[in-house]
Design a protein. Structure first.
Ligand code: FE2
Length: 144
């Protein structure tokens, strides 16, 4: 699996902590039996219709995106709209995968690498510019 890039800190604690959490999640959620109805050795009960592992990732990511978007809205960040749309694009893609019966156990590498690539790209394109804007305007204090 492709590693989630390091060194993408923005200086905005709400984003950096969420990205650290996502990195941790991606390192562990694909381990056998974690958030997976198929369970270790494929012996769990899975309806093969909706991947609960993808749903767990969506819940985690969705909560973090919502909190990031509150920070952007509360600080009147001018790019909050497009940034939020980019967040929605990941959730939409994951919802399509779930709907298409992608299995994050059988296809763990593909699901992991898609999310890791998206996060790396999003961090550079959206999170880093927001971090520079926020720190320059002292909207948010530096990480403590
Ligand atoms: Fe973001």
């Amino acid at each position: 699996m492709a590693p989630l890039a390091q060194g993408l800190e923005t200086g905005v604690p709400a984003i950096d902590e969420a990205n650290d959490g996502l990195r941790f999640l991606l390192q562990h959620v694909f381990e056998p039996g974690v958030e997976c109805r198929r369970g270790p050795n494929g012996k769990g009960v899975c309806d093969r219709l909706r991947c609960v592992r993808i749903e767990a990732i969506m819940r985690y990511v969705g909560r973090n995106f919502a909190s990031q978007e509150r920070v952007m809205t509360d600080s009147s960040y001018p790019e909050a709209g497009p940034h939020g749309e980019d967040h929605a694009s990941l959730l939409n893609r994951l919802a399509i995968m779930r709907q298409a019966q992608v299995c994050a156990d059988r296809d763990s590498g593909k699901v992991h690498d898609f999310i890791a690539r998206w996060m790396t790209d999003h961090s550079r394109r959206c999170d880093a510019p927001f971090g520079r804007w926020a720190v320059t305007r002292r909207v948010l204090g530096p990480r403590v």
